[in-house]
Design a protein around this ligand. Structure first.
Ligand SMILES: [Zn+2]
Length: 303
């Protein structure tokens, strides 16, 4: 912060108390902009932010998806098999939401608090510069109640990298290679655990089918195949649920719609929305006024 203070630059930050409801905007107002969504595990973005990501892409953004862990602990098989199934499903999640590309960093699952923080930050700085990211979507690095080290390690690295990617004296060799400094000025942090702060409620009603598309690809973790599993169990018992339809794809999608979107409904209710996602949003795009230059303009006298 002292850097900004010394330069007399006013930092613009959204007020936590001020809750803004972000609705659909007509046309493609964000055409030409780029966002990078950074999560740790296959099912993080699908549950926390698939509606927001689908909305941003629909409104013109180009999106990229980064998964930091290797997800080896989830999938019900050996670590190696779990890494493979989560990797394959991650590419399908990216496709379902409409991301242009996805990246996997493969840090060891649940052990990310022992990785090099400089390594992950450096990789993110490179990506933010190479992709010219305007906006990031990730974990709140300071959110209460976070039990999973992969989440907060990822969130902190994203926050540091979003700022540092704009500083030309960090990794100057990037510039030699043609990747110029590029500060990320908008940030959406997930509402990840009960009690975390949020100042933005995003209306995801018209993007809920994409969110369901993403959730049903989360089969190694995230209950994406829970509908077809329930359908098979009931068939063995000689029963069927009309809700689940007559094929596995329908069963998974309708199960997700019925049972896996309770948070989205609850977050929308106070605002009269059918579905919503919550975020702590930071916007640093507002004009930065230099107090020194303002003072000079008003008080400078001829010699
Ligand atoms: Zn996670």
């Amino acid at each position: 912060m002292e850097r900004y203070h010394d330069l007399g630059i006013a930092m613009a930050r959204a007020d936590v108390k001020e809750i803004v409801v972000e609705k659909d905007r007509p046309g493609r107002p964000d055409a030409g902009k780029v966002f990078v969504a950074v999560h740790a595990h296959l099912d993080d973005i699908p549950y926390y932010a698939a509606g927001l990501c689908a909305k941003l892409i629909h409104e013109g953004y180009t999106g990229y998806l980064v998964r930091t862990s290797n997800d080896e602990k989830r999938g019900g098989h050996t670590a190696a098999q779990n890494i493979l199934s989560n990797e394959q499903e991650h590419a399908r999640v990216a496709q379902a939401i409409g991301f242009r590309d996805s990246f996997d960093f493969y840090y060891q699952n649940h052990e990310m608090n022992n990785i090099s923080t400089l390594d992950i930050r450096g990789r993110l700085i490179f990506l933010f510069r190479a992709l010219k990211a305007d906006t990031v979507v990730s974990f709140n690095p300071w959110g209460h109640g976070e039990e999973n080290p992969d989440h907060w390690v990822t969130g902190r690295a994203v926050e540091e990298a979003a700022w540092m990617s704009g500083i030309e004296t960090d990794y100057p060799e990037h510039m030699e290679a043609g990747f110029m400094p590029h500060e990320v000025l908008e940030r959406y942090y997930f509402y990840g655990r009960p009690g975390q702060v949020y100042n933005r409620v995003v209306d995801t009603g018209s993007h809920i089918e994409k969110k369901i598309d993403a959730i049903v690809e989360c089969r190694s973790q995230g209950d994406g195949d829970a509908g077809s599993k329930l359908r098979a169990r009931l068939a063995k018992e000689g029963k069927r649920l009309p809700l689940l339809g007559s094929d596995n794809r329908t069963a998974d999608r309708e199960y997700a719609r019925q049972f896996l979107l309770d948070d989205d409904r609850e977050y929308g209710k106070p605002h009269g929305l059918k579905f919503a996602e919550r975020f702590y949003y930071i916007d640093q795009r507002r004009p930065r006024v230099s107090k020194v230059e303002e003072y000079v303009k008003q008080h400078a006298a001829p010699l």
